[in-house]
Design a protein around this ligand. Structure first.
Ligand code: ZN
Length: 413
């Protein structure tokens, strides 16, 4: 059976009919619609001689045995957010289905091929993303917090998981699935505007951003708007405002794709007749390089101290969340680029803003790479999410080339 990329587009439309409504895709994990989607996936893979297993975290594994136990993994997630798009997650799965069909038709491969459908990538029902992949990749350390989570109707997470055959206490036993993994490949829609703005169908993802998130708290003095002369004010908002502008300068001086965002400032007392006493500012900084990310934070802190002195106010920092940059495997990045060049003649390397299952797999030490296919208008997590069918077909071809190159690499090792 030769590769038939058009079939992937047809099947994605079929899945949309089966599991969507007028608002978009409704394959929220741990629901009946998700179960229906998984049954449909199984029917698509029937007859190919694959072993199907479900691990302790609810991830589904379809295995094509090869001469070697060392496995090349192709993955995605068939779950969606409520009223989601028709491609996020399931493109990865269905493109992998097509690639596995092609490989299976050619007889026993030199290495084992495994298609994984990760459980609950989106975290839409309980607010915890990357459930299945974090359990399998050894980064699920929050089981006590997970035990206390419930959905909007008050159903407890452990009960809902149990109804789907998953025991939360045993979920991390899924780690044994990665023991034989030699490489992990994932195709995903970009969910951003970069490839479209460059006129390119496909790109190679070099990794996921490191992130520093802080709350910057400025403290001045409330004072009457009419009776306080301008030179005697201690205006907390002035510090926040200066920093909100200065981060543009900081991002451009650090360079190499640096991004900084002041996402909100909450002022108090927050009335028209008073100088601002406290300004509670949110700052998000991202970079692909650890050193530059640290430099960006240091520059923001220095600037904040300077502005506090100028405005005679105080400033404090609280870290909200941070994650290190995760860089994908250099050899696989090269192979991914070669694959794209063979299919469309031009490629681009870009980081991923959103986290993906691939980031978890990479963090666990399995060589990993992702391909991005262009998203129209950069939209996702909405029924407006779309990609041109011809680009979807090219993306299946590129994933197929990448799988072949990766199998050769692993077989030769
Ligand atoms: Zn996704």
């Amino acid at each position: 059976m030769p590769l038939d990329p058009g079939r992937t587009v047809t099947e994605l439309r079929e899945l949309r009919e089966l599991t969507g409504d007028e608002n978009g895709a409704e394959r929220v994990a741990w629901t009946d619609t998700w179960t229906r989607a998984k049954g449909w996936l199984e029917s698509k893979l029937a007859g190919l001689g694959l072993d199907k297993t479900v691990d302790a975290a609810g991830n589904e594994w379809y295995t094509l045995r090869g001469d070697s136990d060392r496995a090349v993994l192709l993955g995605g997630h068939i779950d969606s957010v409520p009223s989601g798009g028709w491609l996020d997650g399931c493109l990865n799965v269905m493109a992998a289905v097509e690639v596995v069909r092609r490989i299976a038709a050619e007889g026993r491969p030199p290495v084992t091929i495994r298609l994984v459908n990760w459980a609950d990538e989106e975290g839409a029902r309980f607010g915890r993303s990357l459930f299945g992949s974090s359990a399998a990749c050894g980064s699920m350390t929050d089981q006590d917090e997970l035990r206390r989570l419930s959905d909007a109707e008050g159903n407890a997470l452990p009960d809902v998981l149990a109804a789907h055959g998953v025991d939360l206490d045993r979920a991390t036993e899924a780690q044994r699935e990665l023991e034989s993994a030699a490489a992990y490949l994932e195709l995903h829609i970009e969910q951003g505007p970069v490839l479209e703005s460059m006129g390119l169908p496909l790109g190679v993802v070099i990794g996921t951003y490191g992130v520093e998130r802080h709350r910057v708290i400025w403290r001045g003095q409330a004072a009457h708007a009419g009776s306080t002369p301008m030179d005697q004010r201690r205006d907390a908002l002035a510090g926040a405002a200066k920093l909100a502008i200065q981060i543009r300068e900081i991002a451009s001086s650090v360079g190499e794709g640096a991004v900084c965002t002041s996402g909100n400032v909450v002022c108090s007392p927050g009335i028209v007749t008073s100088v601002v006493e406290t300004a509670d500012q949110l700052l998000d900084q991202r970079h692909m390089e650890r050193e530059r990310l640290a430099r960006m934070l240091e520059l923001a802190r220095e600037a904040a101290d300077r502005f506090a002195a100028e405005e005679r106010i105080d400033v404090d920092w609280e870290r909200i969340w941070a994650i290190e940059p995760i860089l994908f495997d250099e050899r696989l990045v090269d192979l991914a680029e070669d694959s794209i060049l063979e299919v469309v003649g031009e490629s681009h390397r870009l980081p991923s803003g959103p986290l993906h299952d691939a980031a978890e797999v990479s963090r666990s030490g399995v060589p990993t790479v992702m391909l991005f296919v262009q998203s129209l208008r950069g939209l996702s997590h909405t029924k407006l999410e779309d990609t041109k069918p011809e680009h979807l077909e090219l993306s299946v071809q590129a994933l197929d080339r990448l799988a072949t190159k990766t199998i050769d690499l692993v077989a030769a090792a």
